[in-house]
Design a protein around this ligand. Structure first.
Ligand code: M6R
Length: 610
């Protein structure tokens, strides 16, 4: 939800900011803008639409200090006026902001009384004028004015402010929205995540909530909201530049789908020895006893991560015999949940920045729960506020539709479940070894599932103009049905619903006619015979069935219109494989409909507003 980037140093800031915005565009693409200071000139260019429009519009590119923004609209529609950076009334200050200022209306009224005028509908323009007003009335330095202003702000923010009166200073701050500082030699970078920085330096500081940083060409200083000097922890990034490129694929989403054999293997590397059965998750070692003794586990997440949580509910209960509840993080906070001291809460998030999930973690911690994170983005807010956690090690996921993060989440959660079950004694030795061996084979099975790509492309051709889709699965494949439907609707804008197949007769069956494509995830598991009956029920009503089946299935292919085969595995691991054709189906359909696969309308990769 909005990406921010900044640079101060000796080079031209413009190319660094522009490239940074392109890397951050996945966070929001309603508009973008850049502010540069050259001498005492403050130049701002901003444009509605994608960064490429800004690139076409910009004329003045000079200056070795600047800030840039790519927006996901909250206050005010996407337009040039509402695009960031915003400038203060005296034309001296420029600001970029990711987040929401909740009390902006009352501040705006006060500022208007003082004669301030506003040219946008944004909360951000209010903030920059509030800073200007404080700076002028109290004769404060920029950093002090920012600190005083922020002490009166309610809401979430990552901001960066520059002043044309001082071309050797960027003041930045965060609360609730992410901010990373890159440390170069005589130059400094700031961004919403490390992707715009990694090309220039691998030394970074992740700012903590409430901290304010001042960057000059000579150095940087971090203070807390009380103006007390902090000693920041400098972290070395392990991210590779090529992980941020498309690597020959047309879209990040396709690249990320095809990366899964590797990302799943990376996720297990150094943790699970499939030959000896040794399984060690360093990130949760301090709480492994608490996990074994837990009376229940709560899982909080959103979107695809929530679907991963639903699959985990099935295997944690099966393997560990611990009751699991999976919560939409967005609902958790507003319904006074029962959480006991010592309860385990697992927060799942690709970005590690989802505001709803962060809010759920906060409430769980307040009530004495132990909160473990299953997160992809290293150094992200969720990774830092949880007590312990296990990273996915899936590499950056740039496509807005989550793909490789889902399978990596399942892999990490599965390893946690196996380990708990082993030490708790709820799994027999031979069963444990069987599952460890089987999970070791998953990367190859995913690679085999990916071989259906061409076939899926042909099937997509047939359904690209459909208006509705139904996805049905049972047991472990029910959350996969939900995930397949989410993937299709978010990138192709086709209405799709996922259901447990047995629920069909309680309502959705009324939707079935000869126009309705129904995707069945019908792999060989405990409920195979039941799902065969469900398929018959759809065929009896002339529905069109696309079935995901295991290789060699001799029954279903004769009953249905289209079959996609995937390798067999243990039913608890099946979602890792059965989701693959659904990811490909949504990708091809979206592409054939001319949709922007990596940056679907109205969406953003990190949802940092509640
Ligand atoms: O970064 P997170 O995993 O916390 O994000 C949660 C959801 O916003 C995310 O999964 C979203 O639903 C994706 N666009 C789904 O593809």
């Amino acid at each position: 939800m909005c990406g921010i980037v900044g640079y101060i140093g000796k080079r031209d800031a413009y190319p660094i900011l522009l490239k940074g915005l392109k890397r951050l565009e996945y966070r929001g693409y309603d508009s973008s803008g850049i502010a540069l200071i050259d001498g005492f000139d403050l130049d701002i260019t901003k444009k509605e639409g994608k960064v490429v429009r800004l690139e076409e519009a910009i004329h003045k590119k000079e200056g070795s200090i600047g800030i840039g923004h790519t927006r996901w609209a909250t206050h005010g529609e996407p337009s040039d006026e509402n695009a960031h950076p915003h400038v203060s009334n005296n034309n001296s200050l420029a600001i970029i902001h990711n987040g929401i200022i909740e009390n902006y209306e009352s501040l705006k009224i006060e500022l208007k009384k003082k004669g301030y005028h506003f040219s946008s509908e944004t909360d951000t323009e209010v903030l920059v004028n509030f800073i200007e007003d404080i700076q002028e009335t109290e004769s404060l330095s920029l950093e002090d004015a920012v600190r005083v202003a922020l002490s009166k702000i309610v809401g979430a923010y990552a901001i960066a402010v520059i002043s044309k009166e001082d071309s050797n200073k960027i003041v930045a701050a965060r609360k609730g929205s992410p901010l990373v500082i890159g440390l170069g030699s005589g130059e400094y970078f700031l961004a919403s995540d490390a992707t715009p920085i990694v090309e220039y330096t691998n030394e970074v500081v992740y700012l903590n909530d409430g901290e304010i940083v001042v960057l000059t060409r000579e150095g940087y200083s971090v203070k807390d909201s009380e103006d007390i000097q902090q000693t920041p922890y400098v972290q070395t990034l392990e991210m590779e530049l090529e992980e941020l490129e498309k690597g020959g694929y047309d879209h990040f989403m396709l690249k990320e789908i095809f990366e899964q054999p590797r990302s799943i293997a990376d996720c297990m590397r150094g943790r699970l020895n499939t030959e000896t059965g040794n399984l060690f998750l360093g990130g949760i070692r301090n709480y492994s006893k608490a996990l074994q003794n837990a009376e229940r586990i709560l899982i909080a997440a959103c979107g695809t991560s929530w679907h991963a949580g639903l699959v985990a509910e099935y295997f944690i209960e099966e393997l560990c015999r611990i009751p699991v509840e999976v919560e939409y993080a967005s609902e958790f906070r507003y319904r006074n949940p029962v959480i006991k001291e010592g309860d385990i809460v697992i927060a799942i998030s690709q970005s590690g920045e989802t505001a709803d999930t962060l809010a759920a973690i906060e409430i769980a911690k307040e009530r004495g729960a132990i909160v473990l994170g299953v997160v992809n983005t290293v150094g992200s807010s969720i990774a830092r506020v949880t007590h312990e956690g296990a990273y996915l090690h899936a590499g950056p996921e740039i496509g807005v539709a989550s793909t490789k993060a889902f399978t990596a989440q399942l892999t990490v959660l599965y390893m946690i479940a196996l380990r708990v079950a082993f030490y708790k004694g709820t799994i027999a030795q031979n069963k444990y070894r069987e599952l460890v061996t089987e999970i070791g084979k998953i990367p190859k099975k995913v690679a085999a599932a990916l071989e259906s790509n061409e076939k899926i492309k042909k099937i997509s051709e047939r359904f690209k103009d459909a208006h509705n889709f139904l996805y049905l699965g049972r047991g472990y494949n029910f959350p996969v049905a939900l995930e397949g439907a989410l993937k299709l609707k978010e990138i192709s804008y086709i209405h799709a619903e996922g259901y447990p197949a047995a629920e069909m007769k309680h309502g959705p069956i009324a939707l079935i006619d000869e126009q309705m494509p129904v995707v069945f995830i019908a792999t060989r598991d405990g409920s195979y015979d039941k799902i065969v009956s469900n398929i018959q029920e759809v065929k009896a009503r002339r529905g069109i069935v696309i079935a995901i089946v295991n290789e060699g299935d001799a029954i279903i292919p004769d009953m249905v219109d289209y079959t996609i085969e995937i390798p067999a595995t243990h039913e608890s691991l099946m979602p890792l494989v059965s989701v693959i054709p659904l990811q490909l189906l949504s990708y091809h359909i979206a592409l054939m409909r001319g949709a922007n696969v990596d940056q679907p309308r109205n969406l953003a990769k990190s949802v940092t507003v509640e």
